[in-house]
Design a protein around this ligand. Structure first.
Ligand code: UTP
Length: 477
């Protein structure tokens, strides 16, 4: 939200009146001068004129998703690489890394409400034994890649106005996790106002502050531009961004094969590419890569009709099985193109949530017992159909997808820990180390491997290891 200096009370009042939102000024007179200024600046940064349409579209009606009639599964570069040459693409990716053309990009502006952790999610622990924070898990990938390829990989970290200061302070406190301070850039994404679910009204979080939420990971495509991050990349000669989310400590932050495919596969426009894993079952709640009118797109699990979700091909595999794991490569030129000329506008997605608010008749702060507001967010994968042509690359779930979304159950610290151990166990077994397993096949120990030690099984050959791991052992490599 941009601050516009010099706005007057009457300007703002007039604009609010025009869209029926003048209750936001109800407590203006009770505020001190600085808070009055802050409130007016905040309101000035909201696109008020767009509100009636948003309310109509997302609050009064829950817009139904129209399934394209020619919807088909998106083609993928399969893991077994029978039809493409993995070694060639790896080499191409490595060349781009050595030439300094690749930056890492992490979106870390989310609110992490499901996890219920008080603080930026990147400060939450991501490994089971050493309890490394998620930011460190990703930083170690970057450190390892810099060393491996003798290069600098700048890291762009998107925060939100709600967690920016705390995030930067965390990096400072931890010495940027061994990275060079000048190669780590932070910028804040935009926010959108949260809307009262019953009326569509804007809400006051405090008497002098409108309730807002970060504008979604899709907001990154604009924030990269408005923050000057894209300019910085152009100055450095960076051509592609490796996009990962903060909540997946297994993500291969830098993956030469994927970079090579994105940049040079014949059917890639090298604008935006994606990774997928095969869905575990029809009900798994992940978006699915599809294609319609020749364009790759992600359809959210809730939007894909049941018959399509459950449809299987002759081999019994789900036909629409390409689950999105929110890992992309995005070219700097693509982001620049989207932002140049016409305003970049991605569709918005609605979520219902509990938002504390100031009651405009009593001035009391209300803690709602259930969802009372609509939060609108843009999703980064909605930029895929804007590419001239986009590719999807299949990867192994155990190898790189264990997000921490919830405090327990699915996608929790416990499942993430199990996946990290399973990945490490497979690597150890691949080089001949025996790993104890329980009757259900799960490893009977806890193992974590830093990417600075190994990022695939073969790297462990250079590490001094026992012939077998003891049952119940904890091993941090
Ligand atoms: P999620 O969709 O899981 O959202 O974000 P969240 O806000 O972290 O968690 P919940 O839904 O409140 O429980 C996926 C990734 O996108 C980032 C998050 O930080 C995470 O890395 N994100 C999400 C942003 O950077 N900005 C946003 O506005 C939303």
């Amino acid at each position: 939200m941009e601050l516009k200096r010099g706005v007057t009370f009457s300007d703002i009042k007039q604009r609010l009146d025009a869209v029926g939102q003048s209750h936001l000024l109800r407590f203006h007179e009770d505020l001190d001068a600085a808070s009055q200024r802050g409130l007016l600046d905040q309101i000035a940064g909201i696109e008020l004129e767009r509100l009636p349409r948003l309310v109509e579209q997302y609050v009064k009606r829950k817009q139904a998703f129209a399934i394209p009639s020619d919807l088909e599964p998106a083609p993928c570069y399969a893991r077994d690489a029978k039809t493409w040459n993995r070694a060639d693409y790896r080499k191409k990716g490595e060349d781009l890394l050595r030439a300094g053309k690749i930056a890492a990009f992490t979106v870390a502006g989310g609110q992490g409400t499901r996890l219920g952790f008080d603080g930026p999610k990147g400060t939450f622990f991501g490994t089971a034994i050493t309890k490394k924070p998620l930011f460190r898990c990703l930083a170690e990938w970057i450190l390892a890649a810099q060393k491996r390829f003798g290069t600098i990989i700048p890291w762009y970290v998107m925060t939100s106005p709600l967690n920016h200061a705390e995030t930067v302070a965390f990096f400072q406190h931890h010495g940027y996790f061994g990275l060079s301070e000048r190669d780590v850039m932070f910028f804040s994404q935009g926010v959108l106002p949260s809307l009262d679910m019953a009326t569509g009204n804007l809400l006051l979080a405090e008497k002098g502050m409108v309730a807002t939420n970060p504008d979604g990971h899709g907001g990154s495509l604009r924030a990269l531009w408005t923050s000057g991050a894209i300019d910085d990349m152009m100055r450095r000669g960076v051509e592609h961004l490796s996009y990962v989310q903060i909540d997946n400590p297994l993500a291969r932050v830098i993956d030469p094969v994927f970079i090579g495919l994105h940049a040079s596969a014949p059917d890639s426009s090298a604008e935006m590419s994606s990774k997928m894993v095969a869905k575990t079952d029809p009900g798994e709640k992940v978006g699915v890569f599809c294609r319609a009118s020749g364009k790759v797109q992600v359809i959210e699990y809730s939007d894909l009709p049941r018959d399509k979700t459950e449809e299987r091909n002759a081999t019994g595999r789900l036909r629409f099985n390409a689950g999105s794991i929110a890992i992309h490569l995005i070219s700097v030129d693509f982001v620049a193109r989207l932002n140049a000329g016409d305003e970049l506008s991605l569709p918005l997605h609605r979520a219902e949530k509990k938002v504390p608010y100031v009651d405009s008749s009593t001035g009391q702060t209300i803690q709602p017992p259930m969802a009372n507001a609509v939060k609108l967010e843009a999703f980064v994968f909605d930029a895929l159909p804007l590419c001239r042509s986009s590719i999807v690359y299949e990867t192994d779930r155990i190898d790189e997808f264990a997000p921490i979304k919830n405090a327990d159950g699915n996608d929790s610290p416990a499942t993430c820990r199990d996946t990290q151990t399973e990945r490490a166990a497979r690597w150890l077994e691949a080089i001949g180390v025996s790993v104890p397993r329980k009757p259900d096949g799960k490893a009977d120990c806890v193992i974590e491997v830093s990417p600075t030690t190994a990022w695939e099984a073969d790297d462990l050959r250079n590490v001094s290891l026992p012939k077998s791991i003891e049952r119940g052992a904890e091993l941090a490599l």
